[in-house]
Design a protein around this ligand. Sequence first.
Ligand SMILES: Nc1nc2c(ncn2[C@@H]2O[C@H](COP(=O)(O)OP(=O)(O)OP(=O)(O)O)[C@@H](O)[C@H]2O)c(=O)[nH]1
Ligand SMILES: [Mg+2]
Length: 456
Amino acid sequence: MDSALPDINRLKEDIERVLPRKLARVFDCYGFDLEVLLTPLKWKPLVLVIGNYSSGKSTFINEFLGQEVQRTGQAPTDDSFTILTTHENEENPGDITGTTVVSDEKLPFTGLRRFGEKLLCHLVMKRIESDKLREIAIIDTPGMLDSVTEQDRGYDFLGVIGELAKLSDLVVLMFDPHKAGTIKETYKVLRMTLPASAGEDRVVFVLNRIDECENLEDLVRAYGTLCWNLSQMTGRKDIPRIFLTYATIPGRDVPREFQVWEKERDELKRAILSAPRMRLFHMLQEVDRVVRELSLVIMAMERLKAAFMVRLKDFLKSLSITGAFTFLLGDLLMNLVSGYPSHPFLIALATGNLTPNSLLWPVVWLLFTVAAGSLYFQKITFPGFVKAYSSDPDRLAELESAYDRDLWERIRPKVIELIEKKARHEIWVRHKAHLAKVKKFIKKDLQSFYEKVKRF
Ligand SMILES: Nc1nc2c(ncn2[C@@H]2O[C@H](COP(=O)(O)OP(=O)(O)OP(=O)(O)O)[C@@H](O)[C@H]2O)c(=O)[nH]1
Ligand SMILES: [Mg+2]
């Protein structure tokens, strides 16, 4: 077990405590849900094992756990997602069905519900006795296979992998030399899902079953093919580290020249045990992303408020001019049209016959103008203002970097919703104070969390 675990857990609790204390109200004000951010990260750190069928995923997991939990076999064996964990004190060991797994609010898998019944029949949680699984949970997945289409499976396989990758702190991607990265499904997952939902730093690449290569030459060829395919898939210029591993299978001799890679299997196991550290990074990355999204939203609302103030000023200016006009001339016009009142205000003023009565109609006219103007502003000007900004919210954004642009794309719908539903509220909020709070959090608290994480 990782010796830094108590420190890691303490820091995790710190983040969970400090974030709501400092920013809960600000989150609330802009429709950001702290629970949505923190709940998926509250359960154990997760390790997701994906890869080609028969690449040795289940064999590796069994070996890591030191017990035969998962079925293994040459043909495609697993057709289910299996979450492996221990049972807590009050729980009974045993299997839990997919339906229960996605309904349990304490678990982070409620998002899988949208993939439908078919998936639930292919999802199971096994609670077994294992020290290794006290601090982490491992998810074994069905092997990827080009010939199996989404229709055959009956659910959106890549979608499920994406959702799980989002929750996972470490994604082990396993290939074997026979299919060194040429499977289209793997390609799609890598290209479409992982970079967007899990940073590539969370992915560990493994070339397994290397003992089946005839000789070194054969291995170098398989490794080269995998590297080439990976660079094509991930679009990265550098080659990521690839663990070269093989399982020790009784009765099967491993060529001597391959034994130098024996230690990589242990390194891979250590990498899996380091999932709690990765969880911290994962958590910080998520918090970092969300508070930056929040600042962009606050800045957008500040700009909306500023635009509204300009609009309001213009309106008040026109209202004052119209008000002055009707105050001075309203009763004069009435007099010209109908002869009433007999002593309009301006004439009374000019002739020195001003009485309190002469002010009656000017005041009525003024009140009428203010009421009519306000009604016009409420019913016409303001809805027009809201519509103009909700249909083109981009003018509220000041995006300095590509990262900001990506974030803005994600939060654009949220900004539109805020403008449409809560504009009346947002224009009176003290956004500058909120922004200062968020900036302080990023500069001080988040920075100090990062510093601490680096020390582990
Ligand atoms: N030679 C050799 N055989 C291996 C190795 N790892 C696994 N195998 C064998 O390969 C076969 C497939 O292994 P599994 O662990 O079932 O593979 P999997 O990736 O879980 O397969 P699916 O669940 O079908 O996707 C089994 O017969 C294993 O005994 C290895 O490193 N070397
Ligand atoms: Mg398997």
